[in-house]
Design a protein around this ligand. Sequence first.
Ligand SMILES: *Cc1c(COP(=O)(O)O)cnc(C)c1O
Length: 466
Amino acid sequence: MRYISTRGEAPALGFEDVLLTGLATDGGLYVPESLPHFSLEEIRSWRGLSYSELAFNVMHPFVDDAIPADDFRKMLDETYSVFSHKAVAPLVQLDTNEWVMELFRGPTLAFKDFALQLLGRLLDYVLEKRKQHVVIMGATSGDTGSAAIEGCRRCEHVDIFILHPYERVSEVQRRQMTTVKGDNIHNIAVRGNFDDCQRMVKESFGNQGFLGGKTQLAAVNSINWARIMAQIVYYFQASLALGGPDRSMAFSVPTGNFGDIFAGYLAKKMGLPISQLVIATNRNDILHRFMSGNRYEQHKLEHTLSPSMDIMVSSNFERLLFDLHGRDGQAVKTLLENAAKGPVSIEDYRWRHARKLFDSDAVDDKATCDTIREIHEQNEYLLDPHTAIGVRAARNCRRDSSVPMITLGTAHPAKFPDAVAESGVTVKPQLPAHMADLFEREERYTVLDNNIAGVQEFIAKHWKNA
Ligand SMILES: *Cc1c(COP(=O)(O)O)cnc(C)c1O
């Protein structure tokens, strides 16, 4: 399988190189040159497979000969055995023909574990083969940092440095990062905000001289293709569990950077019958505004009860724009260069095509709280604020009640106890047993000034073979 850039100029790469690359050299994102397509008969034959067996069938065409089949199977078995539910992504019924897929049974209680548990293992495998080392540098305001740390803690060829804004992440989220033990794990609290952290990461990728040429940086944010790839699998899993591929399904997806829902779009293109995909956003609703009015325009960042969806632009949306423009990289490049300067639109017939592919809704904090409270009253089931946005959008946008509607449950409610309390539900969401002592565990992190030279010096000094 070869991968090409959405901006049409960077060289095509194989799977291993795509894994180790962040942005393409032309500023674009990598996508597969062509997608595998599965017949209904083939998908039907996957009924009854375990999650990791299914994951192998869905992902193997993307990995191709980069990893021998037996090694890849073993890696997937290990990856999904760390989840705390045998079904890995179990479905919970909310109402007649309405479901939540619980994607928060991984080590850090958010769906990002599905991809990052695998990404850590993929990286280590490829680096071992190549006798290389990488430094992962990332900025986080929430779930990505802890999932990346958990995913890489056992990697021999990876050191991971995660920057978070000092005293500006929730205590659960901070502790999930800072209590993980490992010589290759480094948490840096920057005296600044999330944007300061992100800017330092970006600038460091642009100029890696501070590493002295002895190692290189790798990216774990959702621009990494392997993360999207891993997320395609659970769309197949949910469909097969509810009678697919002989029935079509609808999915509602709490969306920030457009990674998770893009994976659903790919599942559909690969042959899975999906009749509706709902983009569910919070008040940071650039995607909903685009879908409603063909205007792609940055607004200022709003802080909401669903912080993992607080974004101004959706980086993975570029991958959809590439398809909407007939895979014309030059057109995408021009469009996004203009979008950095002000509002843009696309040609009307392309936008109409996008509206056929997706419905959308924006849900504010009040409606989020109302939904948490309603579902708790009706079912004694607690939603986290992100999943609640998905459920609300699913109900607002539903087209056909005979089609099963599945909302992706992206986080465990115990990660966001404040939002649950604000909804008026008096029951406190409990952390699962394996994390019950989170508040007693010892934390390790280093506080550094908001100064890139100091941060880079720290990294250069502390990676394994420095
Ligand atoms: C990351 C995240 C999202 C958004 O996912 P994208 O792939 O960026 O659209 C939604 N909910 C939770 C809990 C998350 O951690």
